[in-house]
Design a binder for this molecule. Sequence first.
Ligand SMILES: NC(=O)c1ccc[n+]([C@@H]2O[C@H](COP(=O)([O-])OP(=O)(O)OC[C@H]3O[C@@H](n4cnc5c(N)ncnc54)[C@H](OP(=O)(O)O)[C@@H]3O)[C@@H](O)[C@H]2O)c1
Length: 282
Amino acid sequence: MLFSRKIAFIGVGNMGEALLGGLLKANLTNPENIIATDTREDRLQFIANKWKVTTTTDNIKAVAFADVIVFCVKPQAISDLLTDIKDTIRSEQLIISILAGITTKTIERFIGKNNPVIRAMPNIPAVVDEGAAGICLGSFAKTIHKDIAQAILGAVGTVEIVSESLMDTITGLSGSGPAYIYMVIEALTDGGVMMGLPRDVSIRLAAQTVLGSAKLVKETGVHPAVLKDQVTTPGGTTIKAIKELEESGLRPMLIRAVEIATQKSRELSQFLEQKNNVEKNS
Ligand SMILES: NC(=O)c1ccc[n+]([C@@H]2O[C@H](COP(=O)([O-])OP(=O)(O)OC[C@H]3O[C@@H](n4cnc5c(N)ncnc54)[C@H](OP(=O)(O)O)[C@@H]3O)[C@@H](O)[C@H]2O)c1
């Protein structure tokens, strides 16, 4: 799919490195096809040593080299970045943006050359190739562009294609979701410690319980409620704990968490949209 396409990663912090590294680990491309940029020289030195790719602080040079440009900077950096590279971008270049809250329209409008744009929302388990990403297509993106984005994001996890109106929900569920699950793991660990387990044993058991339970849902396709019923012995320990979780509101709490995070993502998108419009028009 990627063949010998040249790919520029603009910003190689946590997510940029995860995507770049995922492609190379999966042998989907060679280091010669990749260029990575960042503001920090020490970071680029680290990336060059580890992945043997070309690195530079010069975004214009990277954009000129690439067929596919992957934006991995923080959302606040987008205006400066686009201003910087706008004149160098060619209309046939595919732009993939993983920036939270930055719409395909914002990028299309800013560049103004009808480039295919794909917006993606990955999550941090991409670092260990277990990410969950949503992607959506901009006005000029075609199937080939979707396939390329799917190959890049798919190298580090699963990919769901959604309409852009659902990207904030993806942010509220799987984008922010790892933090919710880390809290669950931490709390289960504390429970084990409270009841006498050494902390290192407790955290390993808690993490593996989350991992194994998720794997069972994914691999069997069985509804989680059915799997829960299967491990709930009448009059046993699990049903006692489930009653406590229901009374304490675990389900509505998690539903509400996704709802609130989605709303916050919408607010952020609107704020960034307005800010970028103002900056573009000023
Ligand atoms: N982390 C997550 O869980 C997650 C999940 C989904 C989506 N995202 C999205 O992924 C993006 C990156 O997140 P991250 O966690 O990887 O951030 P990060 O670790 O801070 O990486 C961003 C990198 O880009 C560099 N940078 C800033 N401006 C630049 C420019 N003009 N040209 C080249 N490089 C530049 C930054 O350098 P400085 O430090 O000097 O600014 C930094 O090294 C964000 O937009 C975020 O919304 C992140």
